[in-house]
Design a protein around this ligand. Structure first.
Ligand code: ARG
Length: 587
């Protein structure tokens, strides 16, 4: 069964058609003035223009035509000819019970899935992850969940940054620290040691150290560059080292991403497409798409109607290295060939928009994928309270694991203050604090329009009041507790008969899920789904405040309210799960 607005649109459409007008004019949507009626239709105004008639006359004709429509209790004509529509009790009842029976709690599924790749996360081997990578992970994960739920065939790829100058820095640094390792002997060709020469702590120490040395010393910088070029040219010892660096780094990243509850189908990286680059470059040269300019091989991407200058994509630098754009192009080739993807979403900091514009134009020019199938899903920065990008107290980049620890601690403190979790053992408390901490961080991120910057404020994120993750968890847990008590009293849910205004308002909120879900997917805007979860929790709260459930004496009313509560919980948990947020059983 479709959403109420769609059912009503179908009725109104027929009524407009009977006036010789297009059905589309019967479009019904949630009202801007819910105090007057839950739904509105403004089609009489354009309809009147088309027919050269008075809009109020058209509105009156529509109203008369629908006088006996069972879905509609009342239509009021307002102002110049707006139609305010009140659904019938029967319409509310049918919709509520259909939702309660529907496994997908009201969300339809797409008939034509598209093979879609989501490129997100993108941490760099050796460089610490920063909050930008956190945003990418949280937004990308929500999009992969939402995309799958609507019915697309989604593959996610972390796309590790493992092919740039940072690898040259690591190699150089290791050579200075442990010059006797076989990797630095150009004549040695294996077999290579299976044990990595470094651990995760070494890696996180080495990159900043090497980068600082190179900054101060041009000769050292040149060594790092040369090592990068030799790696890219396939020097066996360096490739063997690269594999160690990636493996060590991945093991650490997996711990972090597991803690965050984010999973990737593919753990590929920039380095994986290196073997594709030579043939791709040759082909682009042969077809005249890439050519030499100042010793670099470039693909020009500017267009006549560009408002600002678009620099060319540099395919091979004058030093012979592949750059960021090169691996991104080769990765498109790989995704097309090995996965037959039809669309790629790149969930990456908005500050990389020019890079993606270049890559997409170049991919289009090269006939790899059309530009409108490649989307940069940009996002704003996370700032500290000083308005500058968020840093640790010491001024460094915040590590994901430290950030999560901070969130868990803040959650524990909030729980203490609110007296939540009394009587729970340490393990259970910890589990709840983790869920609250994650919900706090994820919801605080996702509730914003992607492109806006936001201020990192753990106190605000973990509050139990307001538009926060913990508030939503609390709402879900409260319903769980009601349902547990009902079960203990042997009470069961039954047919839903919405009667009180708060019951009807809750059904209307539940009815909006499908629209919110597709709004979030179509616009790549998880905040639309966040808004829905918040509306739903608030509608439930008003319903619960006005309509007793367990104490209700009338059995039919009580079972109806129980069913409404159970339905709300199911939809709330479904929506939260799509945002990557898990609800505890108790708190
Ligand atoms: N590693 C990059 C960074 O840290 C992000 C990678 C994004 N994905 C891509 N296909 N370029 O900035």
């Amino acid at each position: 069964m479709r959403a109420l607005s769609e059912q009503l649109s179908a009725c109104l459409g027929q009524a407009f058609a009977a006036q010789g007008l297009p059905e589309a004019l019967g479009q019904v949507r949630p009202s801007d003035r819910p105090d007057l009626a839950p739904f509105q239709c403004n089609g009489a105004l354009p309809g009147a223009k088309q027919l050269g008639r008075n809009p109020r006359d058209i509105a009156t004709a529509i109203k008369e035509k629908l006088a006996d429509e069972p879905l509609i209790a009342d239509i009021q004509i307002a102002g110049p000819g707006f139609l305010n529509i009140v659904p019938s009790d029967a319409a509310y009842k049918a919709r509520a019970n259909a939702l309660a029976k529907d496994e997908r709690v009201g969300a339809h599924q797409l008939a034509t899935p598209q093979k879609t790749l989501i490129d997100f996360g993108g941490p760099n081997v050796a460089k610490p992850m920063h909050v930008g990578h956190l945003r990418s992970s949280v937004i990308g994960d929500a999009l992969q969940r939402i995309g799958r739920f609507v019915g697309h065939d989604i593959t996610s790829d972390i796309h590790l940054g493992d092919w740039g100058l940072q690898m040259g820095h690591l190699i150089t640094q290791l050579e200075d620290e442990q010059p006797d390792l076989p990797y630095f002997d150009a004549d040695f060709d294996g077999p290579w040691p299976t044990q990595p020469p470094v651990d995760l702590d070494d890696l996180s120490r080495m990159y900043p150290q090497a980068a600082a040395l190179a900054k101060a010393d041009p000769e050292r910088m040149q060594r790092a560059r040369t090592a990068t070029a030799q790696l890219q040219a396939g020097r066996a010892g360096y490739l063997a080292l690269l594999r160690h660096f990636i493996a060590v780094s991945r093991a650490g990243l997996e711990v972090d991403f597991n803690a965050l509850g984010v999973h990737f189908d593919l753990w590929k990286g920039e380095s994986d497409v290196n073997p594709l680059i030579p043939a791709m470059v040759e082909d682009l040269k042969a077809r005249g798409i890439a050519y030499l300019s100042d010793n670099a091989l470039i693909i020009p991407v500017e267009r006549d109607d560009d408002k600002k200058k678009q620099p060319p994509l540099i395919l091979v630098s004058s030093e012979g290295s592949a750059l960021y754009g090169t691996t991104d192009l080769a990765t498109i080739l790989d995704r097309k060939n090995s996965l037959a993807v039809e669309r790629i979403l790149y969930v990456v900091d908005q500050r990389q928009s020019q890079h993606f514009e270049q890559v997409f134009r170049a991919a289009d020019k090269a006939g790899l994928m059309a530009q409108d199938t490649l989307e940069h899903i940009g996002f704003g920065t996370v700032n500290g309270k000083d308005g500058k990008p968020f840093k640790t107290r010491e001024g460094g980049v915040m590590r994901l694991s430290d950030l999560l620890d901070m969130a868990w601690q803040a959650a524990r403190q909030r729980m203490n203050e609110a007296g939540i979790g009394e009587g729970m053992d340490e393990g259970a408390l910890d589990d709840v604090a983790r869920k609250i901490g994650l919900a706090a961080i994820k919801f605080a991120d996702l509730r914003n329009q992607r492109l806006t910057n936001y201020v990192f404020d753990m106190d605000r994120f973990t509050a139990f009041e307001g538009k926060t993750g913990p508030y939503l968890l609390y709402a879900a847990v409260r319903i769980k507790s009601i349902l547990r008590k009902a079960a203990a009293q042997g009470l069961s849910a039954g047919e839903i008969i919405p009667a009180a205004p708060e019951e009807k308002a809750l059904v209307l909120a539940l009815d909006q899920f499908d629209a919110a879900l597709y709004g979030a997917w179509d616009k790549r805007a998880p905040h639309i789904l966040c808004e829905h979860t918040y509306d739903l929790a608030q509608s439930f709260s008003r319903f619960y405040g006005a309509c007793p459930i367990l104490p209700e004496k009338d059995a039919a009313v009580r079972t109806s309210r129980l069913a409404l509560a159970a339905l709300t919980l199911r939809q709330l948990e479904t929506a939260l799960d799509l945002l990557g947020i898990e609800t505890p059983e108790r708190m």
